[in-house]
Design a protein around this ligand. Structure first.
Ligand code: NAD
Length: 261
């Protein structure tokens, strides 16, 4: 497989799963536009590291994807810096945990804006260029929570179910345009987003974080291990390959058996 000559825009790629995907796509030869928050010097170092490791061009957009106008601007910035967007990975996401009766409205709005609306705005901005070139790959990072629920995650679960629905609509609309649209639905991946949930719960229950990890995993997953960002990256790279050119509209689980139950 080679993605040489292709340009990938990976949102939320300064950390965790997005960074794993950016590294995997660059590893196949794609030029990569990074996005996300973080320390400017660390992000510049990441850009350099990926460019050198894979011999690709890299760029970085600090766009805040909860703001629709910044999403369109990020796509234009990618086109200006790297020429086009062939691969869009909508990955940026946040979490907030509370029962519905106590769930702050502002957190609902924040999560829907980033985890769901940004997926729509991103797809809308890149589709015309992909149609003109008759090639495109859109990969939306959903979650096991795009397929099943857990208590206390109303905004996240609603947003991720919405991402799976939007993925299917885009796949149907673009089926004969050379563009595939799929969702990846990870189970637990030990990133800063999950580490915070572990730390909060360990503090709440007065437990050791390391002891809690096993319980945390097995409450949801038959397989008592975390998936790794590089494994999500490898699945994303496969979805960009010719071998995957007829996979579209699929929510692909990579979740240690979470939704098999
Ligand atoms: P993470 O916290 O490690 O990374 C999130 C990334 O999004 C960071 O780069 C951050 O800077 C960026 N980001 C946050 N707010 C942003 C904004 N407003 N605009 C632009 N970028 C922003 O989290 P992660 O675990 O790697 O999660 C990545 C995606 O994977 C999310 O959509 C998440 O819902 C999903 N996911 C994660 C897991 C898991 O177990 N970690 C499981 C299923 C799905």
């Amino acid at each position: 497989m080679s993605l040489k000559g292709k340009v990938a825009l990976v949102t939320g790629s300064t950390s965790g799963i997005g960074l794993g995907i950016a590294r995997a796509l660059a590893g196949q030869g794609a030029d990569v536009m990074l996005n996300g928050f973080g320390d400017a010097a660390q992000i510049a170092a990441l850009q350099g590291e990926i460019a050198v490791a894979s011999g690709v061009r890299t760029g970085y957009s600090p766009a805040d994807l909860s703001q629709p106008s910044q999403i369109a601007a990020m796509v234009r910035e990618t086109e200006a810096a790297l020429g086009k967007v062939d691969i869009l990975v909508n990955n940026a996401g946040i979490q907030f945990v509370a029962p519905i009766a106590e769930f702050p409205e502002a957190q609902w709005d924040r999560i829907i804006a980033l985890n769901l609306s940004a997926v729509f705005h991103g797809m809308k901005a890149v589709i015309p260029g992909m149609q003109a070139r008759r090639w495109g790959r859109i990969i939306n990072i959903a979650s096991a929570h795009g397929l099943v629920a857990s208590a206390n995650k109303v905004a996240y679960v609603a947003a991720k179910h919405g991402v799976v629905g939007a993925t299917k609509v885009a796949a149907v609309e673009l089926a004969n345009d050379g563009i595939t649209v799929n969702a990846i639905s990870p189970g637990w991946v030990l990133t800063p987003l999950v580490q915070k949930q572990l730390d909060d719960r360990a503090a709440r229950e007065g437990r050791d974080v390391e002891d809690l990890k096993h319980a945390f995993l097995t409450e949801k997953q038959p397989m008592a291990q975390f998936s790794k960002p590089e494994q999500i990256g490898a699945l994303a790279a496969f979805l960009c390959s010719d071998a995957a050119s007829t996979i579209t509209g699929a929510p692909l689980s990579i979740d240690g058996g979470w939704v098999a139950q």
